[in-house]
Design a protein around this ligand. Structure first.
Ligand code: GLY
Length: 299
């Protein structure tokens, strides 16, 4: 089959236009993914697309990540491929801007599905990734200073309540082998408590991929997405519905049970049809349009 891919650049950051760098960034991420899938698998495609977004510094992941209540960068990521429910997540990563590649290494080289904290530095070295101290971007440092000045929110436990959404990035794809795959990467939520791990490290919540159903990847408030097992829920809908209807079902469920303004999701089914839905003001997403022969984006 012809490869199919869709990426999102996060739900909840408000609408932005074609001239915004994030618009072009999503298009380039799709191009990176489709190029990788010409020679490789769906998994190669999703890791390439998310890896591009981590490196770009434009999104809440990798070099552009948001900061914890203590002003630090702590990253979460996961990958999953649908042939045998293979997958792994990594949490509280403070040693590499590319936690998605670390998650792939954990999936392919260990028995585990979740690794968190300081030990990630050892695994990153084994994975051959460049390890370094993660420095907040200039934009993130500026935003942090403004947030911290607000006396009303001077303590961390109250601060995190104000900044609910996590503009995670993610991708789902089906490669020419017909196997669905998903990848996700994030800085989490602004002002999160140090040590907090969100949905993006958790299989079934932030991502899911099942060779008999399809793949899904969520964005938004991690705690609500975990409660609803949102990506698993969207995949289960694909047993009866196409990708677009499955995405809408999942968002209808989280809106009904946990309220609005907390999530977005992208999906791909086994026929390569893609879907997207969100209950936030906007969610940047881009996909490969086979008829046009190019990537297209919507906010
Ligand atoms: N969805 C990103 C997070 O809440 O960690």
């Amino acid at each position: 089959m012809r490869p199919s891919i869709i990426v999102h650049g996060g739900a909840g950051s408000g609408k932005y236009g074609r001239t915004d760098k994030r618009y072009g960034g999503m298009i380039q991420a799709v191009e990176a993914g489709i190029t990788a899938m010409k020679k490789g698998s769906g998994l190669d495609g999703v890791v390439a697309a998310v890896g591009f977004m981590e490196e770009s510094g434009l999104f809440n992941c990798g070099r552009g990540a948001c900061l914890t209540a203590q002003g630090e960068v702590e990253l979460d990521a996961a990958v999953m491929k649908g042939d045998a429910l293979s997958g792994a997540g990594v949490g509280n990563v403070t040693c590499t801007y590319h936690p998605v590649s670390l998650a792939r290494w954990v999936m392919e080289n260990t028995e585990h599905v979740l690794v968190v904290g300081d030990s990630c530095a050892d695994y990153a070295k084994l994975a051959g990734l460049k390890t370094e101290r993660l420095v907040p971007s200039k934009a993130a440092s500026k935003k942090y200073a403004v947030m911290r000045k607000d006396a009303e929110y001077s303590d961390a436990l109250r601060l995190v309540k104000k900044f609910r959404t996590g503009d995670t990035v993610g991708t789902v794809a089906v490669g020419s082998d017909g196997i669905p795959a998903a990848a996700v990467s994030t800085g989490g939520r602004w002002m999160k408590l140090p040590g907090r791990v969100g949905d993006s490290a958790i299989l079934g919540a932030g991502i899911f991929a099942d060779g008999k159903l399809g793949a899904a990847c969520a964005t938004g408030t991690g705690e609500e997405i975990i409660r609803c097992a949102l990506s698993m829920r969207a995949c289960q809908s694909m047993a009866r519905d196409e990708a677009g209807a499955a995405a809408k079902d999942a968002i209808a469920y989280i809106s009904k049970t946990r309220g609005r303004g907390n999530a977005g999701i992208i999906t791909v089914d086994l026929k390569g049809r893609v879907g997207a839905a969100f209950n936030t003001e906007a969610m940047g997403r881009a996909w490969w349009d086979d008829v046009k022969g190019r990537a297209v984006a919507r906010i």
